[in-house]
Design a protein around this ligand. Structure first.
Ligand code: DAT
Ligand code: MG
Length: 140
């Protein structure tokens, strides 16, 4: 079977803070293989499609506002158990308590905003990965 793939984002906060290279470095250093990479700014419709699972939650509108606020970097990485492996590299959703050593634990913090700005996104299951990769890289 084809090696597992995941969709990773360096979100607008990470790009703005100049952390794109640092994030990609960590994922490459772990040993995963980069198979697609793009800098783009999402429109509202694409952002809502990406975060469809969070529709109706109190942070949904701030989340759309945040993720469309500037350019992000979308990447697809490949490797055995890469979905789980990247989630581990990323750390917990809340950067304040994300483990030191993780991307969020080392590089993100609470800025007191309505939405948590935590630098990276990673698909959470094979089904999510397939759905999300099709949003950013149709035909891959
Ligand atoms: P993850 O990005 O770790 O998969 P998620 O899918 O639950 O987390 O949420 C998507 C993003 O939404 C998350 O990265 C940051 C933001 N978010 C999640 N829960 C939040 C909350 N309770 N308040 C504010 N923002 C939140
Ligand atoms: Mg998620």
């Amino acid at each position: 079977p084809q090696a597992e793939r995941t969709l990773i984002l360096v979100k607008p906060d990470g790009v703005e803070r100049g952390l794109t290279g640092e994030v990609l470095r960590r994922v490459e250093a772990k040993g995963y293989t980069l198979v697609a990479l793009e800098l783009r700014t999402l429109d509202r419709e694409t952002a809502a499609r990406h975060y469809a699972e969070h529709k109706g939650k109190p942070f949904f509108e701030p989340l759309l506002e945040f993720i469309t606020s500037g350019p992000l970097v979308a990447a697809v990485f490949e490797g055995q158990r890469v979905i789980e492996g990247f989630r581990s590299l990323a750390g917990a959703t809340d950067p304040t308590v994300a483990a030191p050593g993780s991307i969020r634990g080392d590089l993100a913090r609470d800025w007191g905003k309505k939405v948590i700005a935590n630098i990276v996104h990673g698909s959470d299951s094979p089904e999510s990965a397939a759905r999300e990769i099709a949003i950013y890289f149709p035909g891959l």
